[in-house]
Design a protein around this ligand. Sequence first.
Ligand code: DX5
Ligand code: ZN
Length: 220
Amino acid sequence: SGSVIIAPSILASDFSRLGEEVAAIDRAGADWVHLDVMDGHFVPNITFGPAVVKAIRPVSEKFFDCHLMIEPCDPFLEAFAEAGCDGLTVHAEATRHLDRSLRTIKALGKRAGVALNPATSEETIRYVLDKVDLVLVMTVNPGFGGQAFLPATLDKIRAVKAMIGDRPIDIEVDGGIAVETAASVVEAGANVLVAGSALFRGTAAGYGRNIETLRDAAYG
Ligand code: DX5
Ligand code: ZN
């Protein structure tokens, strides 16, 4: 398999120093920057919106991977695209017309992702795979950092991997990804690892080591 992409979730960073944290994780060797947008409606927590994405955009040239945990999502896609996101991932459970939401993202010129909650079947995405660049298999229930990885999601990662076949679609995992779980998700087929608490621990000086430790663990 190809190389693993490490995407630190800034949800676990120090929000009082958000720009410095994004700069630090960039310097430390992050491949992507994962942005968790929560609305207090689709998920039981609130984070930030497009204005914050726009404010941190000049700090890093890395791929801004925007995970939209908002319902509805369609009215906000353009604002997040204009704020500087490179990829927009919507939840299958948060849009009534998933095909339309994915078309909108592609029309905005962004990479299109679809996220699946732990209880959502991979069958939900079978007929939209021609419009998908990334499938995000949630490995916890979205809303909070620091939760325990759900082992039942490994079978779903395998099922998604089998379904996408040789299409050039990334499989991302998010939630409870750490040294203990990285090898199993990669073995199952994931190639993009989101991690918050496992990477933003210690001081900024240690972020590089945290990333390399996770990367090493991913290769078993
Ligand atoms: C959960 C978010 C995750 C979260 C992961 O709703 O989508 O990106 O920040 O945090 P950890 O890695 O701490 O489980
Ligand atoms: Zn996320």
